[in-house]
Design a protein around this ligand. Structure first.
Ligand code: HEM
Length: 486
């Protein structure tokens, strides 16, 4: 892989503008802004101060964003970006970094390259349908009375590895169950096309598989823009980008993956993660439960931990606790969008040191030559956060010590902006605009997306509000929201 002793396209150098970043590679949205390369020491100290010191305090919860959206967000991330570069590879040019996912919201993490090329993802006797895995033959230790071998795990090989389009979707149990929900969504649509209950002009003349795939992907793209994104950003920015066009994420024929998004803005999700969850009737702190589902436990029930897989039946998710499906069931909320991460993320399993996610994010941003948050704000025409804004709180004290109150690492700046401008419930100016531009751009730049093929299209599947579609609608349509009952 090409390495440079310096950063990617920079002012004054003869560098290709971001329009020409090749497909399949990372690139820059702001090629003319200088890289911000503070000391590793400062970044490490800032990362260590980005600590959620009161993780069970409901004041730190985000009332607008149920916790299921955190892992939907991670699932979306795994659809569009996959950088395998080691953190130790310093000073990396994004144009030299291969993205192992297509920078499109096309669910290649689900479909792989389709049944002809990757037949093992699909059922042997009916390749229109995804394989679905069964839960463990052994009963779970939490409630052994739940039937075993239910169709509610990822499909797995005899060695227990998940047979899925992206191995990262078996990294923790909630993202794994999200992947499973999408496998079932596809299969349910195939059923509907076959029995004639699903009809649409857009799918006429297509094979059942291609028709189902298009419906899955278009409904998913709709969810990304109008359910997920609309909850975490300033809606005004999304409307401006949809109606007025993109101003900062420019590309030629095909979109690329901008590092300002993958290494900063879209890592917003790390601040949404809770230390533990009310997972189902067994793994909860509510009366009758055994224990809450801590992050450590969620990592245990995955093939990557080498521990207990297939998952025991008492680990099947109760989606009513993660999305607003049933008004009688309280939902877990995500944590606020602010510069604080919960403790277990200081000590990540399965990664080489540094094991702190905050420190990794900050070092990654430096190594990829991200510009400072304030420079991006000015370039976008926003008033940057002031020194006083930034130097508040435990993180702000450390930030000020290292001069980050004047020039801040972009990921940190975006989370601070969310805390100050968005009251912790949504992103601020810079974060919102980057997310809106990139998500709209990835959909517009995909020749098969609903925006490219049929911009007036609206969802056709049953939903609470006709003509729109949310994760709640998707899970209700799949009809398997709480397989283990109350
Ligand atoms: C328990 C949940 C999660 C864990 C443990 C986790 C952990 C990680 C780790 C270890 C990395 C690589 C860090 C590096 O070396 O640079 C990473 C990258 C990333 N994460 Fe997360 N993450 C989680 C959830 C999320 C969520 C909810 C989002 C967004 C909504 C997200 C967005 C990203 C993005 C955009 C990247 C860069 C991906 C790439 O370019 O390959 N993550 N995450």
């Amino acid at each position: 892989m090409l390495r440079r002793h310096g950063f990617g396209p920079r002012k004054g150098e003869h560098q290709p503008p971001s329009e020409f970043a090749p497909t399949g590679k990372f690139g820059r949205m702001f090629p003319n802004l200088p890289a911000f390369t503070p000391s590793e020491e400062g970044l490490t100290q800032l990362g260590n101060a980005m600590n959620d010191t009161d993780p069970n305090n409901p004041k730190g919860d985000n009332i607008n964003v149920p916790a299921g959206y955190t892992y939907l967000g991670q699932f979306i991330d795994h659809d569009i970006t996959f950088d395998t570069t080691a953190l130790g590879d310093m000073m990396v040019d994004p144009l030299a970094v291969k993205n192992f996912r297509t920078p499109k919201l096309d669910l290649d993490s689900l479909y792989g390259s389709g049944p002809d090329v990757q037949p093992y993802l699909y059922q042997i006797d009916d390749s229109d349908l995804f394989l679905i895995g069964k839960t463990n033959q052994q009963p779970g230790g939490g409630d052994s009375s739940i039937p075993t071998e239910l169709p509610n795990d990822l499909p797995r090989s005899p060695s227990t590895l998940a047979i899925i389009g992206d191995p990262r979707n078996d990294e923790n149990l909630i993202v794994a169950q999200t992947h499973l929900a999408f496998l079932k969504f596809h299969n349910k649509i195939v059923e509907g096309i076959r029995d004639g209950s699903i009809k649409s002009d857009s799918i006429m003349g297509k094979s059942t598989f291609e028709a189902a795939r298009e419906l899955v992907v278009w409904h998913y793209q709709w969810i990304v823009l109008f359910d997920f994104l609309s909850r975490v950003i300033d809606q005004k920015q999304l409307i401006e980008v949809l109606e007025g066009g993109r101003r900062f994420f420019k590309f030629g024929q095909d979109p690329f993956m901008p590092v300002e998004f993958s290494v900063a803005a879209y890592r917003l999700g790390h601040s949404m993660i809770r230390a533990d969850y009310d997972y189902n009737r067994v793994f909860t702190s509510r009366p009758g439960g055994v224990t809450p589902a801590t992050l450590q436990l969620l990592f245990l029930f995955t093939a990557q931990s080498g521990q207990i897989v297939p998952i025991p039946s008492d680990w099947i998710i109760d989606w009513r606790r993660f999305f607003p499906i049933d008004p009688n069931v309280p939902v877990n909320l995500s944590r606020q969008l602010d510069p604080f991460l919960v403790d277990p993320l200081k000590n990540l399993p399965n990664v080489p040191p540094p094991n702190s996610l905050a420190v990794r994010n900050l070092l990654r941003g430096r190594n990829l030559g991200l510009p400072a948050g304030q420079d991006v704000a000015r370039c976008m025409g926003f008033r940057p956060l002031s020194k006083e804004d930034i130097s508040t709180g435990q993180d702000g004290n450390v930030a000020a010590q290292f001069g980050f109150d004047v020039k801040s690492p972009l990921w940190y700046y975006i989370l601070k902006e969310a805390q100050i401008q968005g009251n912790g419930v949504r992103l601020g100016d810079v974060g919102s605009r980057i997310l809106a531009e990139v998500f709209v751009g990835l959909i517009e730049g995909d020749r098969n997306s609903f925006l490219s093929r049929c911009s007036q299209w609206t969802p056709i599947l049953p939903s609470e509000k006709p003509g729109t579609f949310t994760m709640t609608d998707l899970l209700k349509f799949v009809g398997d929201a709480n397989p283990i009952g109350d």
